[in-house]
Ligand binder design. Structure first.
Ligand SMILES: [Zn+2]
Length: 322
């Protein structure tokens, strides 16, 4: 239907019909068209602004997935670095101690990363911290793996040259695990069982029944088999290479001074002699005249897993029998 236009005429107080030109009609149509289009486009933009375009939505989902993946990766790298630390500890505190080699210097283990501008190209990422952190961990692990494999090459060479030494140095538990009554108490500051004060415990206590066999922990020569104040019946085995092992509070001694013993040979029985609050073996390892933590000298008995258990056990602050 054709549109009809009126205009108010104040003089006659009536509405006069007007007849717009073609140009006016076209302009009018165009005006309406533009307003409609503007409104439509505005709503469209508003909707995208609130809900996002379909591809943006997809990207956002993907982004959050990637972020989650990065977090998982970062955690896994933490675990791997933890395992690495265990291996390093065993290398430094066990293999190298036994072979009388210096531990790998911390500076060497930790060298090669920490440069300030190393991760600069990652800085402008939205999740820069997470990405840089994870990359850093990966680099650390790489570096440490390389150093560790080099170190083990050296350890293997050292082992080849130390055949006799390896037979002599203490390397097993003096009491078999199957005979242990409870977890032993470790080396270090402990509460004295008699005086109830903090005191240095110079060995490891293996709680077992009286009469349980006690084994020489490495080849050597008996240096002492007799009574010593506090220690009760005590056997000292000299292993050479600066090593001695002490077996205290024995019930019975099966060896005499000067006798050669081999690793695993029974030398006496667990007892309760001297300053002792219950049947147990007090075992000490001395290196070059100094008492050391025996925990590093059971390595022939122990798998890697057992070693971790032994470390835990040695840290045990439970009952000391002295
Ligand atoms: Zn003890």
């Amino acid at each position: 239907m054709r549109k009809v236009y009126y205009i108010y005429n104040p003089k006659t107080r009536t509405y006069d019909r007007i007849y717009p030109t073609f140009r006016q009609r076209v302009l009018d149509v165009l005006k309406r068209l533009f307003v409609g289009m503007g409104f439509g486009a505005g709503s469209f933009i508003l909707l995208f602004w609130i809900f996002g375009t379909p591809s943006e939505k997809q990207l956002r989902i993907e982004n959050s997935r990637l972020q989650a993946q990065y977090n998982v990766l970062s955690r896994r790298l933490d675990e791997a670095l933890g395992v690495m630390q265990g291996i390093q500890q065993r290398d430094d505190n066990l293999y190298r101690v036994v072979l009388q080699a210096d531990p790998v210097a911390d500076a060497v283990r930790k060298a090669g990363y920490g440069g300030t501008n190393r991760y600069e190209e990652l800085m402008d990422m939205a999740n820069a911290d997470l990405v840089i952190n994870t990359t850093q961990k990966m680099d650390m692990l790489n570096r440490q793996l390389y150093i560790q494999s080099k170190s083990f090459d050296e350890v293997v060479d050292l082992f080849k040259d130390h055949d006799e030494m390896l037979r002599c140095i203490p390397a097993i538990q003096p009491v078999s695990n199957k005979n242990l009554k409870q977890t032993a108490s470790g080396y270090g500051m402990r509460i004295d069982p008699i005086y109830k004060t903090a005191k240095f415990h110079s060995g490891m206590d293996f709680s077992a029944n009286i009469g349980t066999p006690v084994y020489a922990t490495g080849d050597g020569v008996v240096k002492k088999a007799g009574w010593q104040t506090g220690y009760g019946k005590l056997i000292i085995v000299n292993h050479g290479f600066g090593y001695e092992t002490w077996y205290a509070h024995l019930n019975d001694m099966d060896v005499r001074v000067g006798q050669k013993v081999v690793r695993g040979e029974v030398i006496g029985e667990v007892g309760n002699t001297g300053k002792s609050t219950g049947p147990h073996l007090h075992y000490e390892v001395h290196v070059k005249g100094k008492v050391v933590n025996p925990v590093n000298y059971y390595f022939m008995d122990l798998s890697a897993e057992d070693y971790d258990k032994m470390i835990e056990l040695a840290a045990n602050h439970g009952k000391v029998f002295d």
